[in-house]
Design a protein around this ligand. Structure first.
Ligand SMILES: Nc1ncnc2c1ncn2[C@@H]1O[C@H](COP(=O)(O)OP(=O)(O)O)[C@@H](O)[C@H]1O
Ligand SMILES: [Mg+2]
Length: 314
């Protein structure tokens, strides 16, 4: 089966007078039909630009994108009919009720009045907004407004759904409600490409994740496989009064340690497993004023740090 989204050699340079920004730098990516795919990266990584090009809102400098086998630059209207989009900046019609937002969207995509009415009602049910049919968007909570955005985006039953930071700024409970809805859509056969800067969202929600930084895809795989590739079963943070290079050497020599990096007031240590690690590190750090040792499971954060030397969350 051909991929639902095929991105090849995609490049975007924004030219602002003397300043030019290479926002997307030769990205290649394929998202399979029915896949829930995440683009994970920090602010400014190029996520929104990539989604903007896929959804015909931004013109690429080079490369091409096919959504449901349609070239988005060559045939934007036909491509748009196959996709639902929720942009990073929410765009509900504030003068229309929840029901009307859905109804007019359905009409815009060519449904007759009766079909559009039925579809709006069905979506309000599906997205747990049935009791808000007559409410204006400004009166909705952040989580509800986001559910309405997604409902509207899938109103015309697109094959592919693009969600740019779908849970940014939502409280944890609303975030989980959005995850559940996205999972339901995927279970119904929809392909989903979402962007996020939340590690947990990429890790827990997505089938596959591409980590993006400075417009480049650094790595792409399932969350489990990405963590395995990080080459660490455990990550230890060691805080000391005196973070001397000599201590780094001692830590590096411990059994099972695959990497040591300086952090503020100490070191981050990657190791194969936790057995005996903390006591051995504590002994090694004794002469350096040991203050604290913390062990953690590796996460996609670990993968990001290993690839870039920086932390993803700021
Ligand atoms: N319209 C624009 N004009 C100029 N630069 C832009 C524009 N949009 C984004 N950029 C720049 O491109 C880079 C990538 O931005 P963006 O795609 O929004 O990243 P993300 O969504 O990952 O935060 C950033 O350096 C940003 O400042
Ligand atoms: Mg963005």
């Amino acid at each position: 089966m051909p991929p639902a989204i095929a991105i090849a050699g995609l490049t975007k340079r924004y030219d602002a007078g003397a300043n030019s920004v290479l926002a997307v730098n030769e990205i290649d990516l394929e998202v399979a039909e029915g896949e829930l795919f995440g683009l994970l990266g920090p602010n400014g990584a190029g996520k929104s630009t990539t989604i903007g090009i896929c959804t015909t809102r931004v013109m690429p400098t080079a490369g091409r994108v096919r959504v449901a086998e349609i070239d988005v630059v060559a045939d934007p209207p036909r491509a748009r009919a196959e996709m639902g989009v929720v942009t990073q900046f929410r765009a509900l019609d504030r003068s229309l009720t929840c029901w009307e937002n859905l109804y007019y969207h359905a009409r815009y995509f060519g449904m007759g009045a009766a079909a559009a009415r039925a579809r709006a009602g069905e979506l309000l049910e599906q997205f747990r907004l049935a009791d808000r049919a007559r409410t204006l968007p400004d009166r909705l909570s952040g989580g509800m407004a986001q559910r309405l955005q997604i409902a509207r985006a899938v109103c015309h039953r697109p094959r592919v759904l693009f969600l740019d930071e779908p849970t940014a700024g939502l409280d944890p409970q609303s975030r989980i409600a959005v995850w559940d809805l996205v999972r339901e859509l995927r279970a119904g056969g929809m392909t989903v490409l979402l962007t996020t800067h939340y590690i947990e969202e990429a890790e827990r929600l997505c089938d596959r994740v591409a980590i993006i930084d400075h417009g480049r895809i650094l790595i792409c795989d399932t969350p489990a496989q990405l963590k395995r590739q990080a080459g660490a079963g455990v990550v230890m943070h060691l805080r000391v009064a005196r973070a001397a290079p000599e201590l780094a050497e001692r830590l590096r020599a411990l059994a099972g340690v695959s990497g040591v990096e300086p952090i503020e007031q100490g070191f981050r240590v990657f190791a194969a497993d936790r057995d005996g690690l903390a006591p051995a590190a504590a002994a090694a750090a004794q002469d350096f004023g040991l203050e604290d040792i913390a062990l953690a499971e590796p996460s996609l954060e670990t993968v990001f740090i290993r690839l870039t030397g920086r932390e993803l969350r700021e």
